[in-house]
Design a protein around this ligand. Structure first.
Ligand code: ADA
Ligand code: CA
Ligand code: CA
Ligand code: CA
Length: 205
């Protein structure tokens, strides 16, 4: 598609399923939320900026997550432990962050959205690739952040993105070997844009 991302921001359902123990999607399996809203209970955290919160979902290597709305308590969002695919996943109010790559792998996210991130949406703590296609972000600090001060081989591919009202950066990394490819990224009121070391590779189309 050559236009902006077409994904909408759904609203959280008032009869959300409260998650008090992280839901583990086992290696190679698919969790289909059928469009339901899942919100964190207090056992996972309060959705603020405390780093000790737990995720609603843990995706083991090769797991897929689809048709999920994460509701008003986003806690520590989603953790991936290897390769993962997400489709039609929406964060209505990002908690500490929305998704963390905890294990190296290739993570693909499509037809999804996130808003209300006091700081990061995607936090990359292990090397690998993050490929996002057809995604809307609004009201965030950073869309993508590789772990502060860390070196690693990351490939970050942004395709068909609409990002509005970003406070710090679209992509920020301290890694001298990060590669960022941006294809049809539309932004409005996003401060900082690409904050990367000189040696990083950045391709914008
Ligand atoms: C911060 C913190 C890291 C890590 C990260 C995260 O960047 O400095 O240690 O906790 O958040 O994964 O949320
Ligand atoms: Ca954090
Ligand atoms: Ca976090
Ligand atoms: Ca929030």
């Amino acid at each position: 598609a050559s236009g902006a991302a077409t994904t909408m921001f759904p609203t959280a359902s008032s009869d959300a399923q409260v998650v008090n123990e992280s839901i583990v999607v086992k290696a190679g399996e698919t969790f289909d939320g059928a469009g339901k809203t899942f919100t964190a209970g207090n056992a996972l955290g309060d959705g603020g900026q405390s780093e000790s919160q737990k995720p609603l979902f843990i995706l083991e290597d090769g797991a897929q997550l689809k048709n999920v709305v994460i509701g008003d308590n986003g806690a520590d969002g989603i953790h991936t432990r290897g390769d993962a695919k997400l489709e039609n996943v929406h964060w209505t109010d990002v908690g500490e962050d929305a998704l963390t790559m905890k294990g190296s792998g290739d993570v693909e996210i499509k037809d999804s959205s996130a808003k209300g991130a006091a700081d990061k949406i995607f936090q990359l703590n292990a090397p690998g690739s993050l490929t996002i296609d057809n995604f809307q972000a609004d009201d965030f600090g950073k869309l993508v952040r590789t772990n502060g001060g860390q070196q690693g081989d990351w490939d970050i591919n942004l395709n068909n993105i609409t990002a509005t009202n970003g406070k710090h950066a679209l992509v920020q990394s301290d890694s001298s070997t990060v590669n960022v490819n941006a294809n049809n990224v539309q932004t409005e009121n996003v401060k900082g844009m690409y904050k990367l070391p000189e040696s990083a590779s950045l391709s914008i189309q």
